[in-house]
Design a protein around this ligand. Structure first.
Ligand SMILES: Cc1ncc(COP(=O)(O)O)c(C=O)c1O
Length: 386
């Protein structure tokens, strides 16, 4: 159907293209390629979680949840965050359940960014941040992470901070690079924000997927950071249930009160039986505490299988993404290369240049290894032939 000739829609996001994740997943389907592009598991979530969802739906928990989320789930999150990071969040006033981390990011950014505000974002970035900052009238200040390990150059951050800096967005473990924040990074961050009004939005959706004995540096752990932060998590990533779209946000009371004003008119509340199911499932801590070991095995398997390929792996300390350089294989730009990889070699991946403002092409692609071992074996066999 075409719109009426009287209807002229003025785009609020004139330069925004369809997300690369939708593009590559659609191409993977049409090309019958193995999909190592979008970040979701091809194995089921725990059957007990599905049973719990069924149990609570059958028991009649099918009406609106309270706007901030059901109390028992907020209490369980408060307990978990205190256990892991020693942080005390009041479940009544400082925790909100959201429709995935995506909604929490949108609500946090729109809560604080006013026209003219500057927000510092590291590139390559997870692609949900920039459109929302711009939509809110904010100005994005990008700082490139330093190759080959994608660390933050704090001198560059210091230089980028101005009187207009409203917030810095952090993401650790980091998508797409697999880099993590270290204790030294935290010290640098503390030094930069102390005595300032800069707020922090910390995307920690991969908090439990961290390797080689490293500890996750949640901003919740550091009082001087937590008191100016929105800390965002996602059960989709932790419990292999990305389609349930349940996440949460932690923030000090006054920040959370403003956050909830935005949240209440995006979704109002999040699906009720899934909240009950997660509240019960969170009691069994092993499910999330063993996640790092589970994914480290997958990372190591994928790297071993790729040993004889001409791709060059970069360090991956967290998340379920492995970056690989392809300079030895092709001089094509990464958009052409990933397209050809999907069409000709039947493996879908993600180009990384799309996560840079200036489209910097480092000839690096991202593979998702949250896949069954058989999927990784089949994919590596095809990749090793290239
Ligand atoms: C870094 C990062 N943040 C947020 C999200 C969105 O999480 P959710 O599916 O819970 O909305 C993703 C999903 O891929 C992600 O990788």
């Amino acid at each position: 159907m075409s719109p009426s000739s009287q209807i002229k829609i003025k785009s609020k996001q004139p330069n925004l293209q369809k997300s690369i994740f939708s593009v590559m997943s659609a191409l993977a389907i049409s090309e019958k390629a193995i999909n190592l592009s979008q970040g979701f598991p091809d194995f089921p979530c725990h059957p007990k979680l599905v049973e719990l969802l069924h149990k609570y739906a059958k028991a009649g928990h099918n009406q609106y949840a309270p706007m901030p989320g059901i109390p028992v789930l907020r209490e369980r999150i408060a307990e978990k965050v205190e256990d892991l990071y020693g942080a005390k969040y009041n479940p009544e006033t400082e925790i909100t359940i959201t429709a995935g981390a995506t909604e929490a990011l949108y609500a946090a950014i729109t809560t604080i960014v006013h026209p003219g505000d500057e927000v510092i974002v590291f590139e390559p970035w997870y692609d949900a941040y920039i459109p929302t900052i711009e939509y809110s009238g904010g100005r994005v200040i990008t700082i490139p992470l330093e190759l080959p390990d994608f660390h933050i150059d704090w001198a560059k951050v210091n230089k980028a901070v101005s009187a207009k800096t409203k917030a810095i967005i952090l993401n650790s473990p980091h998508n797409p690079t697999g880099a993590i924040l270290s204790a030294e990074d935290i010290e640098q961050l503390v030094a930069i924000v102390k005595n300032s009004s800069i707020m922090l939005i910390s995307d920690e959706v991969y908090e439990h997927i961290i390797f080689d004995g490293q500890a996750h540096q949640s901003l919740a752990k550091y009082k001087e950071l937590a008191e100016r932060s929105f800390v965002i998590g996602s059960f989709g990533k932790t419990f292999h249930a990305t389609g349930w779209k349940v996440g949460y946000c932690l923030a000090p009371r006054e920040l959370m009160a403003e956050f909830q004003k935005i949240h209440q008119f995006i979704t109002f509340s999040v699906n009720t039986p899934a909240q009950y199911a997660y509240a019960a499932f969170l009691l069994e801590k092993d499910y999330y505490l063993e996640l790092a070991g589970f994914y480290q095995k997958k990372r190591d398997l994928f790297l071993k299988l790729m040993d004889t390929s001409r791709f060059e792996p970069l360090a991956c300390t967290g998340t379920y993404f492995q970056l690989m350089g392809y300079k030895n294989i092709s001089e094509e730009n990464d958009l052409e290369f990933t397209r050809r990889l999907t069409v000709e070699h039947k493996i879908a991946s993600i180009p990384t240049s799309v996560f840079y403002k200036a489209g910097i092409d480092n000839k690096i692609v991202r593979f998702c290894f949250a896949k069954k071992d058989e999927t990784l074996e089949q994919a590596a066999e095809l990749l090793c032939r290239i």
